[in-house]
Design a protein around this ligand. Sequence first.
Ligand SMILES: [Mn+2]
Length: 419
Amino acid sequence: VKFVHAADIHLDSPMRGLDRYDGAPADHFRAATRHAMEKLVALCIDEAVDFLLIVGDLYDGNWKDYKTGLFFAAQMSKLRAAGVPVFLVRGNHDAESNITRSLKLPENVRVLDAQRPETLRLPQLGVAIHGQSFATRAVTDDLAARYPDAEPGAFNIGLLHTCLSGRAGHEPYAPATVETLRSRGYDYWALGHVHAREVISEDPWIVFPGNLQGRHARETGEKGATLVTVENGRVSQVEARPLDVVRWAICEVDASSAENGDEVLERVRARLVEEQAAADGRTLAARVIVRGATRAHAALCADADKYLAEVRAIGADLSDGVWIEQVRWETRAPIDLAELAERDDAVGQLVRAVRELRGDEAQVRALLVELAELKPKLPPELRAGPDGIDLDDPATVVALLDDVEQLLLPRLAAPRESR
Ligand SMILES: [Mn+2]
């Protein structure tokens, strides 16, 4: 038995943060959830699966018009032609009460009941599927508590749109504990609702496949469905299959010690090229965050619009294009040690102390004695090996002083510097 487990397709969900500008592949973005759905259908056909499970939030909300439903129905017809049945439960986004429009779906699609748990039996496969749809958006009952026990002799699957015991960033719907799920005796729990893929347990299998297509800058990385193979009544393989057509990424760019704006832009380009390679031919949507102490800081602040446009131009220039969702400038001005040393506050004292220490071997040795206490507290990988810190060597301490200047002083001095 082979099946595909998908959830949170959010068909026709708008891609959030989509700001139109010349060169942005806006149409491609708008159609991304549909293209991902097409890839899901193709996966089911190519892998000749026995059925497809869709565990809630197939739709993003009530349809704007019938086009959304029509698209889904057409995709399901393709599966019917390939002999693939589809079992689905509704989630909070597409609860019965949310969706006022409807279309008759092809008869290979079965939507599970919203009033009570329902069990579907596939005797020719030896499979029993248990599940319940959301009747309303905010289901706060533990739906799983009322699911029936496993059917003896069958491979039992539970469909549940749930937050489990709570997941950051997800509404607390249909809470359930892993213990409740285990107690049903099922072989595979096909969950939905949480948009990041997560394998909660392997015995029994409890899986969030994640959403099919990222929809904004916080839904980064690979997205897709899970392909499950069952042999002799036991799960033999669980594979994540990427199906997204647009990949979201947060590109952090270190602008430290870049001399000017052009150099910062070169680093942005290099990061985008890296991320694009990781996206494996997909369109990339990137949030760019530029950090670090750079002489370009003042120019970047003074001309933020220009530099945003420059970054977008880089995105458009890369082959196939990279869409820039947002650029955050979190740079700071480099510190002027000479100026800081003049200050008569604690920061000035620190700068002067660091300077003196560097040239005074007796003081360094005295410091080594104080640092001896730290040695047993260091994690083993810092006590020895290539990353080890030799706290008996004065040269180590002198080198650390450079780090103190580069890391500590900008933080301490920052409030005065951020103009
Ligand atoms: Mn949901």
